[in-house]
Write a protein of this length. Structure first.
Length: 763
């Protein structure tokens, strides 16, 4: 009997699947049933920009709208767009559009047979509270919110940051399961994953490392954020190329009706901002630029030098057509400085992103079509101020298209993407076991997902994704999300998310040394095994009028992680090995938001464990399999956030507590003599450091309180002045950053840092 070749069979199945999807791209639209469609674009009268999260409700003419549920409804997406299908032709309905803080819009509608109507609705602001009919559905994922943290610009603004505006980087570090090594480096570890296992998107454009060398800042202040979705695991099939987490950032378009500009200054950074219409209600431009100043003022403020510098500039051109919306986005970031002070080793990285994302919803199309074209460049290097010793860069050119359709009553999302990638690494010294290289690979991505609702309580969303690169055989990535609402409302929900995740590159760095963030991004060769992970997450969520509670348990099993080998003797050059990782834990979060008061309490417990054959990780370890906790394993993390508005003043506080992370203790010292050329009697040799068991000890626990007070002063001449005074690390705790083995000195994080910030705005 002939034996099945599993690998060959899987390859054939993937090829068949790709053919089916590509065929579907051309045929599904024609096979779909033709019916009446109401497409809505909801914008704000204030600035002419889209209103995501708006409720659109359809009632019968004689229906009691206060006591009964609507016949149909939808919630607008990041483009302010949604559509309602299944309306009867020649029948009159009541359309009601509601959003908190705006007047309710209501009108009578009637569609002709097979009509696809596009309606642009302008909502007018309303002062005071309104009785809104609330119908909540997930904005971007229609099944459950497990493992998803939806972040608004208001959330970001509540975290004290040494500038007038809040910043996404400061907020993310308050989320359970999100770990940073300290106050420098720009690296985030999310639920056990390493930075190279995360993916950050800006309106579908990839940016490799948007977090600045100061971990208080990223390329995304709250001033330009529309919304952010943090997928800490279990993300859907539309996201591929990451094995741990996805950060999906949606920027707001520039004001379509008025010109606004401001400049701001603080001891940490200065910035300028401009937005306004190019063609009223049709085209707008938004520009933001920032430059750090802390290297100039740190000595006079805290009595010590902070030798870091960073900057970013972002521009966005937005188009709102009658049947299409487009955003052209460009981003440039630059970071340089010392991660570990007084070493003389400089780390530098920069990002360049340019691309466009468009959503077309012309009546000729049965379903909307979205496409993205973009270019991404990332370069990071490390060396002395006089010479770069290591450099690694990535260049990507890519195209993606996403479609929706409906077959036999089931909704389908599907998409196709192709990217052309160049990886380059230059090593002027022996940093790792690999040599300098340059490699080009092409990657094709395909995904599909469907949504099935067998009952009003249960919703199931299976999906599948695959990536095929020119240097590997492809991936097999099934995904699944399930939500159960026991009372058929959004008040209570039990959700599950999981699947298999693969990436076609690996990140190689010296994890033994917290003072370096240089990473080689290297594509996986065809003869090598792809890094992969399996996620399983279950959560319970309960919502009230003013509060929200959720608890999640999760497990991630990573395979083929590139890690540093350990030797008893400290060495500059590293060798790498492959390890498997297991992460499990749980998060608890409560939020209360009513009027002027907001509070949030979050707690997370987790354990991260790596293991591999001890001969791979270091032959001196006398175990067949060596198991250890890596540097980002933090057992306990507690965050308390509080915000209160009074007398025109905003008070924001953030307190964090975290237990110590693992580090490798020094076992001792000896004198190394290279005989027979050296005589130990006359020449004692070279002093060397000997390590104890890798990551066998833990640093002290960490805690910090940040506080800020802000107020806006307005004048009748279209000018306003926003001020903020605050303190980072209010009680001046000495939190350990790392212990420098080369100098045997303890390096602490930022001490008490007071600041006063100003923003001058003209409307």
């Amino acid at each position: 009997m002939k034996r099945w070749d599993i690998k060959s069979l899987k390859g054939k199945l993937i090829k068949v699947y790709i053919f089916a999807i590509i065929f579907g791209l051309f045929s599904m639209n024609s096979l779909a049933q033709q019916n009446q469609v109401l497409r809505l674009v909801v914008i704000s009268e204030e600035d002419g920009t889209p209103l995501p999260g708006t409720n659109a409700l359809i009632y019968n003419i004689d229906q009691n709208q206060e006591e009964t549920d609507p016949l149909f409804y939808c919630v607008t997406d990041k483009d302010g767009f949604c559509e309602i299908r299944g309306l009867e032709s020649q029948k009159e309905y009541i359309l009601k559009v509601t959003f908190v803080g705006f007047k309710i819009f209501s009108e009578t509608i009637k569609l002709e047979e097979e009509e696809r109507r596009i309606s642009r609705i302008v909502l007018k602001p309303e002062i005071g509270e309104i009785n809104e009919v609330t119908v909540e559905r997930q904005r971007y994922i229609t099944t459950g919110e497990v493992a998803i943290r939806r972040i608004s610009s208001d959330d970001v603004r509540r975290i004290p940051t040494p500038g007038v505006d809040g910043d996404l980087a400061s907020y993310l570090q308050t989320v359970p399961g999100v770990i940073s090594n300290g106050d420098r480096g720009g690296d985030l570890f999310i639920r056990g994953g390493t930075p190279d296992q995360n993916q950050t998107l800006v309106d579908n454009l990839q940016i490799i490392k948007p977090f600045h060398i100061s971990n208080l800042f990223s390329a995304f202040p709250d001033e330009i954020i529309q919304s952010v979705d943090l997928y800490a695991g279990g993300f859907g099939a539309e996201y591929s190329g990451a094995t741990s987490a996805v950060i999906d950032v949606n920027l707001r378009p520039g004001n379509m009706r008025e010109y606004k500009a401001n400049i701001s200054a603080s001891p940490y950074l200065g910035s300028f901002f401009f937005e306004g219409p190019i063609k009223k209600d049709k085209q707008s431009l938004l520009i933001l630029g920032r430059q750090s100043t802390i290297d100039r003022f740190s000595k006079s403020i805290i009595g010590e030098d902070i030798n870091i510098e960073f900057s970013d500039i972002l521009a966005r051109y937005s188009i709102q057509g009658d049947n299409i919306t487009c955003n052209v986005t460009g981003i440039r970031t630059y970071d340089t400085g010392e991660i570990a002070p007084n070493r003389g080793i400089n780390s530098t990285w920069k990002n360049t992103v340019l691309g466009t994302r468009c959503l077309g919803f012309d009546g000729l199309y049965n379903f909307p079509v979205e496409f993205t074209i973009g270019y991404t460049n990332y370069e990071n290097k490390e060396g002395t101020k006089s010479a770069n010793q290591r450099l690694s860069s990535v260049n990507k050119l890519y195209f993606n298209t996403d479609r929706k359709d409906e077959i036999l009553g089931l909704k389908f999302n599907y998409g196709f993407g192709i990217s052309f990638n160049n990886y380059k690494t230059i090593l002027s010294e022996r940093f790792t076991s690999i040599d300098s290289f340059e490699r080009n690979i092409t990657v094709v991505k395909v995904y599909t997902a469907t949504e099935w609702e067998p009952t009003k309580k249960l919703k199931i969303q299976p999906g599948f994704a695959t990536q095929i690169g020119s240097s590997n055989a492809g991936s097999f990535e099934p995904r699944l999300r399930i939500s159960f609402r026991p009372d058929e409302t959004n008040k209570k929900e039990i959700s599950f998310a999981g699947g298999r995740y693969t990436q076609l590159l690996s990140g190689i760095n010296d994890e033994r040394d917290i003072g370096t963030v240089f990473t080689i991004l290297k594509p996986v060769k065809i003869e090598e095994t792809l890094p992969s992970a399996i996620h399983g997450i279950i959560g319970y969520q309960q919502r009230g009028d003013f509060f929200k509670f959720n608890i999640e348990g999760y497990v991630k099993k990573h395979k083929n992680i590139s890690v540093s080998k350990w030797t008893p003797e400290a060495k500059t050059a590293i060798e790498t090995a492959l390890a498997d990782g297991l992460t499990f834990g749980f998060d608890i979060n409560t939020r209360f938001d009513k009027g002027a008061l907001f509070t949030s309490i979050s707690y997370g417990w987790s354990k991260v464990n790596y293991e591999a054959t001890s001969g791979d990780l270091g032959a001196w370890i006398q175990e067949s399999i060596f198991s250890y906790s890596p540097v980002h394993d933090q057992r306990h993390k507690l965050n308390i956030i509080a915000s209160y508005d009074f007398l025109g003043i905003s008070l924001n506080t953030s307190w964090e507590f975290g237990t110590g992370k693992p580090y490798t203790q020094i076992f001792g010292f000896d004198e190394n003599v290279s005989g027979p050329a050296e005589n130990p009697i006359n020449d004692p040799g070279r002093t060397r450091i000997l390590y104890s068991r890798p990551y066998g000890e833990r640093l002290p626990y960490y805690h910090r309180l940040d506080v800020s007070l802000g107020r806006v002063f307005s004048t009748p001449n279209f000018w306003s002045l926003e001020t903020e005074v605050g303190v980072i690390n209010v009680y001046d705790r000495n939190n350990v950053f790392n212990f420098d083995l080369t100098t045997l000195q303890r390096v602490d994080q930022t001490p008490l840092l007071p600041y006063l910030s100003f923003k001058l705005q003209v409307n």
